[in-house]
Design a protein around this ligand. Sequence first.
Ligand code: NAD
Ligand code: ZN
Length: 377
Amino acid sequence: MKTLGLCQVIKCKAAVAWEPNKPLVIEDVEVAPPQANEVRIKIVATGMCHTDLYILFESMKKESFPMILGHEAAGIIESVGPGVTEFQPGDKVIPLFISQCRECRFCKSPKTNQCEKGWIETQHVLKDSRFTCKGKKIEQFAGTSTFSQYTVVNQMAVAKIDPSAPLDKVCLIGCGICTGYGAAVNTAKVEPGSTCAVFGLGAVGLAAVMGCKAAGAKKIFAVDINPEKFEKAKVFGATDFVNPKDYDKPISQVLAEMTNGGVDYSLECVGNVEVMRSALESCVKGWGISVVVGWTELHDVATRPVQLIAGRTWKGSMFGGFKGKDGVPEMVKAYLGKKLLVDEFITHNMTLDQVNDAIELMKHGKCIRTVLNPFPQ
Ligand code: NAD
Ligand code: ZN
């Protein structure tokens, strides 16, 4: 095992987002040694998620740049800082954008994964990143920054996984797969025999479809304005396919007509407040549950109060409600035991220096997931 990195700065390649709306630039960056309770990870594979695109093109938070994006990855522990007992160099891991400190009141409650300690201390490592480039501090997105050959993460935000797991596949468990699957299973708590609708068929939505199927849903409507996504949705268990562009009435009305009043569960996996409203209003009155999964902070979400008064429930879900240190290794095991599809999400494999091509593919709806390799031969 490489011990050289201990206490030394590593110089390596990373994709730096210098400013919003611009291509990422492959730069030589310095990655500082891990400090107390931190680990330095060699990133073996990283997926590209729509949230990376949201930050780059939509969020408009200029003050967060320059930064290194990427939060859906798998790698190997390269070195550990003082006080780290849970990890050793060589361990296979998945970095977590929601940590699990196991101590805060949120970690202690079985109701949520919103670790308070990690969210404050590691997710916004804005002032305290371990990256520098050309003499400048580079901010660390979501506490992970996986579009880099190496990164440093607090041990609270790392899950140790089965050493036999193929990292170039299970990296997707670090965000998209847990997010969608868990939104159906943990947050919506889909029941056997129910009817579901999933809006948006990227990796997150397809994982939600897979979760609905695993929970025993009898009908799963796959809704997307890009009909090229329907074939893939079938692979994950969708039974019916709806393109809102094919109708001249609201999609909630279309679904209500197809389901005798609305679906039991709906999941919004787009990140669009209008779609969030449609998803809620597609649910049946009385008991329908709608889960917001798509990410946006740009607009308020709205509906008429009567929609809720009539008995619908509107919920949200981050990382599928999974507590990462517990949930991620279990999801990896489920994949190794052939109980969870993962390979089927990967439509493209590229090298880290093709990161901008991967961004273009996602922008134009031409991929499900691209897995980037930071260390091509
Ligand atoms: P993606 O870009 O791969 O997929 C989005 C899909 O939505 C595309 O297939 C697109 O055609 C479809 N779509 C766009 N507009 C639509 C509309 N009006 N109606 C129906 N479908 C529409 O994205 P992804 O990586 O799967 O991520 C999906 C969303 O989930 C993003 O908003 C992302 O930021 C969010 N996300 C949330 C969490 C969380 O923890 N809550 C985690 C990861 C990602
Ligand atoms: Zn993500």
